[in-house]
Design a protein around this ligand. Structure first.
Ligand code: GBH
Length: 505
C-alpha cells in the first residue's frame, strides 16, 4: 500500500465511523395505522345468503384459465364466516383502523335499490360492531372492483347512468352503516377499474377499448364520487359527521436523468396523465390542462371529430371541486421515465396519449410480482410531489405492501415496511408533508386478482389448503406491531417469535 492508498483508506474509514446514523424520527401522536383487505379478495361466500353475482364472479368462472393458478374468490379466506378471527389479528397488530371494502352485490344483488339483501347488511353490521367492540375504527371502501354483473349487462362504468346507481348504493350504505362508519372511500384505484377493465381488458369485465373505454369509465366514476360526496354533505354530514375520501393509486415516475429537463417534463406529464387525471378533478374541478390538450391533439390527428376525453360542464366542475376530506394513496413501486418517440405506441390508447416510456432500474430489488420493485425513496418523492401540486392535502396512505411466495419468516416484507415507513417519516419531518396515516396491504394473504394465490401480500399467513383457512402470524406482523407501538422504525428489531409448524408453501 502506498501513502496515497493509505490516506484514501483512512478517509473512507473516517466516513464510515463518523457518518451520522439516520435520524430517529417518530410518528406524530395523531398519526394512524391500519391494515387493508378487499371484499372479493377475502370474503368468499360468493353466492351465499342472497349475494348477487359480480363481474369478478362471472369473469373468473367464465375464464378460469386467465387466472395464474386457475383459481377464483369463491371461498378465498372465507372472511364472510371468519371475520371475527380477522378482527382478532387486527387487535393483536395494534392498528387504529381496518380498511375493508363492501361488496355492492352482497348488499344490492342486482346493483339497484329496489332489492336490498338484509343478510348482506347484517354481515357488514356484524363486522363493524366487532371492530368497534375491539377498539378498531372501520374505514370502508364502497367499491373495490366487484361491480354487480347486472350493471355490467347494462354496459358497465362507461355508461353514465352507472353514476346514478352508485349514488343510490352509497345512500344505502350511509343509511345503514353511517352511524358507526366515519371514514369512507368511494372508489379504489380508478385507473385499474377503468384502464384494466375497459381499455386493456386485463381485469374484469375484460373489455378491450383502448383510448376510449378507460376515459368514459373514469368520467362516470368521478361524477359518481363527486355526487356521493355532495349527497353526504347535504343529507348525512350534520348527523353522522364522517369524512369522505377516495383511494387513488400511483407509482412514482422519476425522471430518467433527474438533471435532464426533458426527463423532468416527461415525469410531470406522466404524473398528470396517470394521477392528476383523477386527483385534479377532485381537488380543482377538472382534468389537468396538459391531459385535455394531449388527448385532443391526438384524437383530431387520428380523425376523430372531437376529443376522446369527455368534458365536465361548468356545473359539474363546481360540483367536483374539493370533494374530499382526505386523499387516499395506494403506492407500491416506482419507475424511471422519458419521452417516447413521436408516434410510438398503438393508437388510440391512453399510453400513446401520455407519450412517456417507463422502466424499472435492474438494480432495484424485486418481489413475487413482476411490477413491484422496492424503491422506498420513491414514496418520499411522490409525497413531496403531492404536497407541491395540490396544496399539501391530508394524505392517508391507503395501501402499501410487498409480495412474496408465502414464507412465514418474511424478512423482505418486514424490511419493506421499515424502509417505506422511514421514508414516510422523512416526508413528515424533513418535507412537512401532511401524511395523516398509513395502511399496510394486506392484513392476510388473499386472492391476488389475475395472479390468483401465487403471490402473497399478507402480514398473516392463510392456509388455503385447509378448509378452515387457518390464519397465522408472519414475522412482518410482529415488526409492524413494533413500529405501531414504539412509533418509530427500530432497524434492529426482529422478533424471537414462535414460528408456526404447519406449512403449505
Ligand atoms: C392494489 O393495486 C389493489 O388495490 C389490491 O387489490 C391488490 O391486491 C394490491 O394492489 C396488490 O397488487 O399486469 O395484470 O399483473 C395495485 C395496482 C394494478 C399493481 C395492477 C399491479 C398489474 C396487474 N396494481 N398491476 S397485471
Amino acid at each position: 500500500m502506498n501513502i496515497l492508498q493509505f490516506l484514501l483508506l483512512a478517509q473512507n474509514l473516517c466516513v464510515l465511523v463518523l457518518a451520522d446514523p439516520p435520524p430517529d424520527y417518530y410518528f406524530p401522536d395523531d398519526f394512524i395505522f391500519g391494515a387493508a383487505t378487499a371484499a372479493y379478495q377475502v370474503e368468499g361466500a360468493w353466492n351465499e345468503d342472497g349475494k348477487g353475482e359480480s363481474i369478478w364472479d362471472r369473469g373468473t368462472h367464465e375464464h378460469p384459465d386467465w387466472v395464474a393458478d386457475n383459481s377464483n374468490g369463491d371461498i378465498a379466506c372465507d372472511s364472510y364466516h371468519k371475520y371475527k378471527e380477522d378482527v382478532q389479528l387486527l387487535k393483536d397488530l395494534g392498528v387504529d383502523f381496518y380498511r375493508f371494502s363492501i361488496s355492492w352485490s352482497r348488499v344490492l344483488p342486482t346493483g339497484k335499490i329496489d332489492q336490498i339483501n338484509q343478510a348482506g347488511i347484517d354481515y357488514y353490521n356484524n363486522l363493524i360492531d366487532e371492530l368497534l367492540a375491539n377498539g378498531i375504527q372501520p374505514y370502508a371502501t364502497m367499491y373495490h372492483w366487484d361491480l354487480p354483473q347486472a350493471l355490467q349487462d347494462e354496459g358497465g362504468w362507461p355508461e353514465r347512468k352507472l353514476a346514478d346507481y352508485f349514488v343510490d348504493y352509497a345512500r344505502v350504505l350511509f343509511e345503514n352503516f353511517g352511524d358507526r362508519v366515519k371514514h369512507w372511500m368511494t372508489f379504489n384505484e380508478i385507473v385499474q377499474i377503468c384502464e384494466a377493465g375497459y381499455s386493456d381488458g386485463a381485469f374484469a369485465p375484460y373489455v378491450v377499448n383502448p383510448g376510449i373505454g378507460g376515459y368514459e369509465c373514469t368520467h362516470t366514476i368521478l361524477l359518481a364520487h363527486g355526487r356521493t360526496y355532495r349527497m353526504y354533505e347535504t343529507d348525512f354530514k350534520a348527523q353522522q359527521n364522517g369524512q369522505i375520501g377516495i383511494a387513488i393509486d400511483t407509482s412514482w415516475h422519476e425522471p430518467n436523468f433527474p438533471d435532464r429537463e426533458t426527463d423532468q417534463q416527461a415525469s410531470e406529464v406522466d404524473m398528470e396523465m396517470n394521477y392528476g387525471w383523477f386527483v385534479n378533478p377532485i381537488v380543482n374541478g377538472n382534468y389537468p390542462d396538459v391531459m385535455i390538450e394531449r388527448v385532443k391533439t391526438n384524437s383530431l390527428a387520428e380523425g376523430f371529430s372531437a376529443s376522446r376525453l369527455p368534458e365536465f360542464t361548468p356545473d359539474e366542475q363546481e360540483m367536483l371541486k374539493g370533494t374530499f376530506e382526505f386523499l387516499g394513496l395506494n403506492h407500491y413501486t416506482s419507475d424511471k421515465v422519458y419521452f417516447a418517440e413521436e408516434g410510438a405506441g398503438d393508437r388510440p390508447s391512453h399510453w400513446a396519449d401520455t407519450g412517456v416510456v417507463g422502466y424499472q432500474d435492474p438494480s432495484w430489488s424485486g418481489s413475487a410480482s413482476y411490477w413491484l420493485k422496492v424503491v422506498p425513496w420513491g414514496l418520499r418523492n411522490l409525497l413531496v410531489y403531492i404536497k407541491n401540486h395540490y396544496d399539501n392535502p391530508p394524505v392517508l396512505i391507503t395501501e402499501n405492501g410487498f409480495s412474496d411466495y408465502g414464507q412465514w419468516d418474511d424478512y423482505d416484507r418486514a424490511n419493506y415496511f421499515k424502509d417505506y415507513l422511514y421514508e414516510v417519516l422523512r416526508a413528515i419531518h424533513e418535507e412537512e408533508c401532511n401524511v395523516i396515516g398509513y395502511t399496510a396491504w394486506s392484513l392476510i394473504d388473499n386472492f391476488e386478482w389475475m395472479a390468483g394465490y401465487t403471490q402473497k401480500f399478507g402480514l398473516h399467513y392463510v392456509n388455503f389448503w385447509d378448509p378452515e383457512r387457518t390464519r397465522n402470524k408472519k414475522l412482518s406482523s410482529y415488526v409492524y406491531n413494533n413500529i405501531i407501538t414504539t412509533r418509530h422504525v427500530d432497524w434492529d428489531y426482529y422478533p424471537d417469535w414462535p414460528q408456526p409448524t404447519e406449512s403449505n408453501v
